[in-house]
Design a protein around this ligand. Sequence first.
Ligand code: PLP
Length: 375
Amino acid sequence: MNYFNVFPRWPIEPVRALGCKIYDKAGTEYLDFYGGHAVISIGHSHPRYLAKMTEQLQMIGFYSNSVQIPLQDEYAEKLGKASGYPDYSLFMVNSGAEANENALKLASFYNGRKKMVAFQNAFHGRTASAVRVTDIAKYWTSHVMNLETVFLPWNDIDAVRETLRNEDVSSVIIEGIQGIGGIIVPDPLFLQQLSRVCSETHTVLIVDEIQSGYGRSGKFFAHQYAGIRPDIITIAKGMGNGFPVSGMLIAPKFQAVHGQLGTTFGGNHLACAAAIAVLEVMEEENLVENAARTGAYLMDELKKLPQIKEVRGKGLMIGLAFEAPVKPLRDRLLFEQHVFTGVTGTHVFRLLPPLCLTNDLAGEFLHRFKKILNS
Ligand SMILES: Cc1ncc(COP(=O)(O)O)c(C=O)c1O
């Protein structure tokens, strides 16, 4: 049987990884400035994470949500404290798209409305509602087109006011920082006004922190730079450091109703152990502060490079916009300098290293990047 060929892949086979480094079959060492697409938060193969996962697996790895799983409460309590949302509830699923799908559903259960609002260049995942609020038409299938969706211009509060005026929109979904859209940070004033208009019109505000959350921006959540409190926050990626786990933080105004949401795998023992280990390491090693500090250093240094048109982002979620397509540079960086990076669109590099990145490794990246830019 062949693997269904929907991904282009690099001709590299990683077999081992540690911290911010990856090693391929031939033993070549790579610097990981991609984090497996913003997933690696505490670093590859962290000993504390390995120990917790191994210990849990030796006791019980999985049982369904038909039994008591106190690890879910332990994780919820830790997450509430770490994120600044101790009064919210947690619901766990398995992937980013699934978290957004559940958030959009919960909004509709809550206010009985069906229309969804999202923003130009948004990416929210590949399940039906999540893909419908993703502003990439080639990902849509005809069967999702019945889901009524409006895409609004970024940072345009008048357009939001006009669209929500009739009080028939169920939810507005927005990324904490747009990732696939090109590392675009929202204007804090816009987020504050958006939050107010949503609450005035009883529209549910969902902030997708799947890529920008979990410390990546230098705060636990990127929307905390604007001081807003969304109705639902979705999380995934960095939450499990590679174990597939996601979830939503749900404001107290939502009442849990048996049967409205469900999941077989969500919140299982091993997923909780992964999520708890990640939070423990983040706290012990001050990784949110580290992302802010190392990210600021990296961005300051990158701004000195004349070849880069614009450096944008927050913390360790950094976009580098170039005048020309970046693929040739990215390939050279990977194959000649052995550095993994991401791109968005054709002209923007995306840097998403593990949050444990040190200044030394940031310096090593700058050294290798300059070699490519200057030759
Ligand atoms: C902002 C955002 N939302 C949702 C998703 C979808 O996550 P997943 O691929 O885990 O379904 C992604 C993935 O890249 C993302 O960046």
